[in-house]
Design a protein around this ligand. Structure first.
Ligand code: PGA
Length: 254
């Protein structure tokens, strides 16, 4: 049975005091066992502070990115081992903002996944089509490439350390979420594809989040779809009350 998983992607927002306050409010508001998994992904400079705030709670820490090397002369970069060292359990890989604004390729994303897994991180791999790709009926082709190239070479025993996040690019930060039917269709396609690659059982255990304008008023209805196992939340994760409401939405449909 898959548990719902809600992750907050704070992107390049907050400041030191604000990050700590937001994390503290979320710890206070969510209490202990919720029956759903929750992670917060603050910007790099605030990971250590947020780690301290989350200590002893059931909320996990995640990072938004890393560079796929153990260490070395990579000025400005952060290794997956460093993230583990400061308490991260998860890292987001392949976010569309990195694919489209920073030119990350599937091959680079694949390298990151191997490097992150080797360091002991769990990975949230973002996949999703642009509006032009959707309008050209290329959604399945794009999802197929993002999944097969992204997780190429990942051992079956490591698949459980990967969460997929279906994030249609046209829905991110636009206030225009996918409809529950659109999300379900893409999630079911991805699960079928993973079943072809890793077998039915592995695919059934795979957690697939939806992301893109998830808000308190659409979260539960999206997550009520059989293949939508949670949410990767951007904007609404920066407001504690909105984030709680989304987590409560997941609890109501789990
Ligand atoms: P949004 O972002 O919730 O602000 O649309 C989601 C994401 O980019 O992960």
């Amino acid at each position: 049975m898959r548990r719902k998983f809600i992750a907050g992607n704070w992107k390049m927002f907050t400041n030191a005091a604000g990050a700590e306050q937001l994390a503290a409010a979320i710890v206070k508001g969510l209490g202990q066992e919720m029956g759903v998994d929750v992670a917060l992904c603050p910007p790099f400079p605030y990971l250590s502070r947020v780690a301290i705030t989350l200590k002893g709670s059931v909320i996990a820490l995640g990072a938004q990115n890393f560079y796929p090397e153990k260490e070395g002369a990579f000025t400005g970069e952060v290794s997956p081992a460093m993230l583990v060292d400061v308490g991260c359990r998860y890292a987001i890989v392949g976010h569309s903002e990195r694919r489209h604004k920073l030119g990350e390729t599937d091959a680079f994303i694949n390298k990151k996944i191997h490097s992150g897994l080797a360091a002991g991180l769990r990975i949230i791999l973002c996949i999703g089509e642009t509006l032009q790709e959707r309008e050209a009926n290329a959604t399945e082709k794009v999802l197929d490439t993002h999944v097969t190239a992204g997780i190429a070479g990942v051992k079956a025993s490591d698949l459980q350390k990967i969460t997929l996040a279906y994030e249609p690019v046209w829905a991110i930060g636009t206030g225009r979420n996918a409809t529950p039917d659109q999300a379900q269709e893409s999630h079911a396609f991805v699960r079928r594809r993973v079943a072809q690659l890793y077998g039915k059982e592995a695919a059934e255990n795979l957690v697939i989040q939806y992301g893109g304008s998830v808000r308190p008023d659409n979260a539960a209805i999206l997550m009520a779809e059989p293949d939508v196992d949670g949410a990767l939340v951007g904007g609404a994760s920066l407001q504690a009350e909105q984030f709680f409401a989304i987590v409560r939405g997941a609890m109501s449909v789990k």
